[in-house]
Every structure is written in C-alpha cells, then in structure tokens.
Design a binder for this molecule. Sequence first.
Ligand code: ADP
Ligand code: MG
Length: 339
Amino acid sequence: METRTEISSLGEFGLIKRINKGIKTQLPDTIKGIGDDAAVIDSGEEYGLLTSDLLLEGVHFDLTFFPLKHLGYKAIAVNVSDIAAMNGIPRQVTVSLALSNRFSVEAVDELYAGMKAACTDFNVDLVGGDTSSSRSGLLISVSVYGKVKKDKITYRNTAKPNDLLCVTGDLGGAYLGLQLLEREKQVFLANPEMQPELEGKDYVIQRQLRPEARMDVVYELAEAGVLPTAMIDVSDGLASDLLHICAQSGVGAVVFEERLPIDEQTFLAASELNIGPVTAALNGGEDYELLFTVPQASYELIRNNPKISFIGYITDKKDEVVLHTKADSRVPITAQGWN
Ligand code: ADP
Ligand code: MG
C-alpha cells in the first residue's frame, strides 16, 4: 500500500524543509536557494534577489472587509519586505492573477490602483505576470526582483553571539487589527443594521490592511553606516522569525519583554479582545517589520533612530531562545507557522 502522510503532520516549515532536501542547485551563479527571504543570484557587479508570495482569498484575506485597493498594495508591499530583509533594493515585480466571474473589470482596476500606488511608493516597475480564470475566488501571486551590493547582503544565518537584537516599528498591531475586523464581520452578519465599532482603531486596522515594507530603515541603516549581521522580515511573528535566525545561525537569544515595542492602540485592542498584548507581539504575524542583529559597536550609530527598538541580544547557547519577562523569569520562546 502506498503511504499517505498528512501535510499537517509536517507543518509549513517541515514541508519546506522536506522540499528543500530534494533540491540541489547546480548553477554557479545560484548563490543562495531555498531558506532565506529571497534567493540570491550572482549577476556580476551585484547580487540579484528573487522572491515570491501567494495571497489566496479565504486563506490570506477576506474580501468582506478587505478593500481591493489595499489588497493590491499589500500584495506588493509584503514581497518588497522580503527584499528589504536581504538589505536589498526592489526593482521589478510580476503579478499573476486568477479571477472567478464574481470579479468585474472595475474590481480589477481597483486592485491595480493599489498595486500601482505601492509600485510608486517603493520605486519598482510592474513588468509582467499571468492571468487566468479561477473556479472560486481570487488568487494573487507576486514576484519581486531586487538587487544588493555583494558586501551589503544580509542573510538569516549570520547572527553572532553578543550581537544586539533590533526590531523596527511596533509589533502585534496587524494581528489585532485582523481580530477586530473579524469580530465586526460577525456582528454585521448577525445584524446588518449594526454600524462597525472601529473608532479610534485606525492604526491597528491600517497595520492589517495596508502594511508597509521597511525600505525606509534599509536606507537609514546604510546612511548611518550600519550593516546588520543578520536580518529577516517579521511575517510570521517575532517568535517564529527570531527562531529562524537563531536556528540558521546556530545561536540563541534573549528578548526582554519590557523592550517589546507595542503601540497604545495595540494594547487597547488586546485588552478589548482579551488577548495578551505580548502574545500578539510575539506570535501575531503580518507586521512586516525588520528583525535584525548588529554588533554592539553599531549601537551608538543607531540608538537615536526612533524607528528602531533594541529588544535583546544573541547568545552562544544554540537554540536557547528565551523571553526575559517583566517578573524577571525566563521562558522559552516557541512558535509555529500555519499547520
Ligand atoms: P518568507 O516568509 O520570508 O516569504 P517562507 O517561510 O515563505 O519565507 O519561505 C522560506 C523559504 O522557503 C524561502 O526561501 C522560500 O523561497 C522557500 N519556499 C517556500 N515555499 C516553497 C516551495 N513550495 N518550493 C520551494 N521553495 C519554497
Ligand atoms: Mg520573509
């Protein structure tokens, strides 16, 4: 009998690991294949960077509360974020769509209005793609090509003991924004007369619906003369993404709970929804901030940048990734992708 293994028994990361095992790259210009935020290709003077992401209706977005224009923007931004995580500059994008007959030409116009806005903001050209019909729902696949100077690339596997652990912006907002939108959707379905209660929640909603890629910080680090030792973008949650850096670098980390950057609105939404704000910050995901490590000597050069929080440090204790709580205890940080 043939064996059948459920994908859920491996989980997302286990599945990618298994795929990776079966793939050997053979070209001399393939510098880095599976395993980082983008593939790295030797293009002569510089490295080329290539990354793609898939957005599926019903899995990654719900069109009952996701405006198509924002969705278009987000589709580009989340891909640019992976280029930022390599310390690269995005250049060209391709966009592939599968559309069911539920979508009108005007709907596609809206989607592209958002994509064009993102292309303008991140200074990239939309240069191609593919279009297909779909039996059900909307599928968006975006690929981005970027580039980086060879000596400026930042991988996930090069964090060093005693490096400082830094994160941009704030965490947990996108996840709580989604929880609020889902709650309002349920209220609306139960009683369409009800008006959504989202006043004073604009920031967390925006974190979910219109995330930014932190290209601004990539440029600011370069201006400050700081080259991170390792970097990843926070797409699955700080915990999960820090574990990637630590596992791949063969190091451990200590994160101070009191140093986690959490916005006022995130605290308010968390208490309203009865979700721990620290849990949201650690495991929420979709914040698309940059998590990076720098040598201690870089501290003086960036400590005054209000976009950067110093949340902990790297240790030589392989795979020991812990949260130093406000109560002065240490608890292991664990994480999962989707299962
Ligand atoms: P990110 O969250 O930064 O987009 P992912 O966790 O999606 O990264 O992917 C991790 C790595 O696995 C990347 O190098 C990505 O290109 C690779 N990867 C993901 N899915 C597949 C797949 N189906 N086949 C080959 N490589 C994949
Ligand atoms: Mg990434």
